[in-house]
Design a protein around this ligand. Sequence first.
Ligand SMILES: C[S@@+](CC[C@H](N)C(=O)[O-])C[C@H]1O[C@@H](n2cnc3c(N)ncnc32)[C@H](O)[C@@H]1O
Length: 278
Amino acid sequence: MVNNDVLVDKHYGFGGIMEKIEVGLNLAGKNIDSLTVNDLAPVDAFHTRGRESTLEVAELANLNKSDLVLDVGCGLGGTARYLAEQYECNVIGIDLTKEYVSVGTKLTELVGLSNMIKLCHGSALEIPFEDGIFDIVWTEHVQMNIADKKRFYSEIARVLKPGGRLLFHDIFRGMGDSPFYPAPWAEDESISALVTEKEARSTIEQVGLEIDQWIVKVEESIDFFERVSAQIEDHGPPPIGIHLLMGNNAKDKLNNYVCNLSENRVSVALGIAVKSNV
Ligand SMILES: C[S@@+](CC[C@H](N)C(=O)[O-])C[C@H]1O[C@@H](n2cnc3c(N)ncnc32)[C@H](O)[C@@H]1O
């Protein structure tokens, strides 16, 4: 593994995640032996607006059950389980963080979806699959940890079938001052590789993917965090949520992210791009 990969694995996979999730589920009154995909959504959709945004991304693609999906940087596999349950698709996920892959595999077993989902350890920069086999490549909140954007999007384009679709939801550098850290994806700038929306769009197009929709979601994201903060103010932090994945300074990371969005230090957008048919 190259140095950045080691740092990313350490940032996300700090140990004890399965235990934290089990404690949270217990406190939330969920029985681990009869878990549903929805029970896990508060913690396994580790991206802005959680499951709410997963649904919006999925709706862009008109998915059907014959689609083979690759989730690049799948984290705990929450999206894979949602797509397998909702659209009956087979989904493969790859992720650099070993602990996420093993916890995600366990969670998939617990909800009874192991026959449709395989999560593997691997790098987005060396996707361990042959050319042109996926109908859909999905990626949410991953490229901000990857400096080599050209290689990231080239690998995605390579494994897509002709006519295949890239679905994405990502954080970008805004036009304001430098972002505050720690942020959910990085303690400091060392593993943060933000580029502007314009730069990302240009790289996506350079690798032969045509952007069909690009939808900025900054306002919705700020509104979401305001709603969550109000709930925490009234009822305290929920027993199960993405704060379990962010270590002891989760509150600082989330507060900084909201400031970064509000002050245009970062932006967030989702969309779809299509590989040409030839
Ligand atoms: C914020 S989490 C998002 C996880 C998941 N996509 C989700 O939305 O729940 C970022 C993920 O990107 C993964 N990641 C970062 N760099 C990667 C790389 N080069 N190859 C594969 N995964 C990577 C991390 O291990 C982590 O699981």
